[in-house]
Design a protein around this ligand. Structure first.
Ligand code: MN3
Length: 240
């Protein structure tokens, strides 16, 4: 996924098509936690209480996933940016450039993926689950024949990611169509131009406490908490 596409996705997330009110919290430019004053990324709060997605995703998983794993990506991103700054200005070891470039890609991927992930879910009684409507629903029918076929491929592709990674529904703007992709780790196997719309985390840390090795059960549960209105908003923004 190119940086431009990531920025487009985050720009959309940040309210380019109008602020979204979710759980009383309006998403804004601060959705990604960038602090202009400090020149650092900060961990954005969850858009709902950590127990809000029970029983589909349990509170302890949410607390550890957000407070430890996602926080780690934010720290890693800031560290990579700082080390690359030092290398550019002659204070750092140029021989380590490749290492920090890899760190940048991995941790920026982690931070953006998780920010999209949290905001792409909602409790079932606050808009989670169901099916998309509007232009996204029409596009899904065009590109996958039906919502059910898309949902099947999304779950199957996500279930079969080797090791740690993500399943994504993306907008491919050149072909003007939706696609489902697998992502390994936080950044591999996405192609330039793909705009992320819906992504599910299939690292074991996302489901192991409740589901152990039953990734498919976790994915079935995940379908009950997808915030389709937010995904539809990202789709509209990606095509604008
Ligand atoms: Mn994760």
């Amino acid at each position: 996924m190119s940086e431009i596409s990531r920025r487009r996705a985050i720009g959309a997330l940040a309210g380019g098509a109008g602020a979204l009110s979710m759980g009383g919290v309006a998403l804004s430019r601060e959705a990604l936690g960038w602090s202009e004053d400090e020149g650092l990324y900060t961990l954005p709060p969850l858009p709902y209480p950590p127990n809000a997605l029970e029983p589909h995703i349990d509170e302890q998983t949410m607390l550890v996933h957000h407070g430890k794993h996602h926080a780690g990506y934010v720290r890693g991103l800031n560290k990579a940016l700082e080390m690359l700054h030092q290398i550019r200005t002659g204070q750092g070891d140029r021989a380590t450039l490749q290492h920090w470039q890899r760190q940048l890609s991995f941790h920026a991927g982690g931070h953006i993926n998780h920010t999209l992930f949290w905001n792409g879910m909602a409790p079932p009684d606050h808009g989670g689950g169901g099916r998309p409507t509007g232009a996204l629903a029409t596009q899904i029918e065009r590109d996958f024949a039906s919502f059910d076929k898309m949902a099947w491929q999304f779950r199957a592709a996500s279930a079969s990611v080797e090791g740690s990674g993500w399943g994504w529904l993306v907008w491919e703007p050149l072909g003007h169509r939706l696609m489902i992709l697998q992502m390994q780790n936080q950044q591999q196997m996405m192609f330039a131009g793909a705009v992320p719309l819906l992504g599910v985390d299939v690292w074991e840390h996302a489901y192991y406490l409740r589901y152990q090795n039953r990734r498919k059960d976790y994915l079935d549960a995940y379908m009950n908490i997808i915030n389709w209105s937010e995904i539809g908003r990202r789709f509209d923004a990606a095509r604008a």
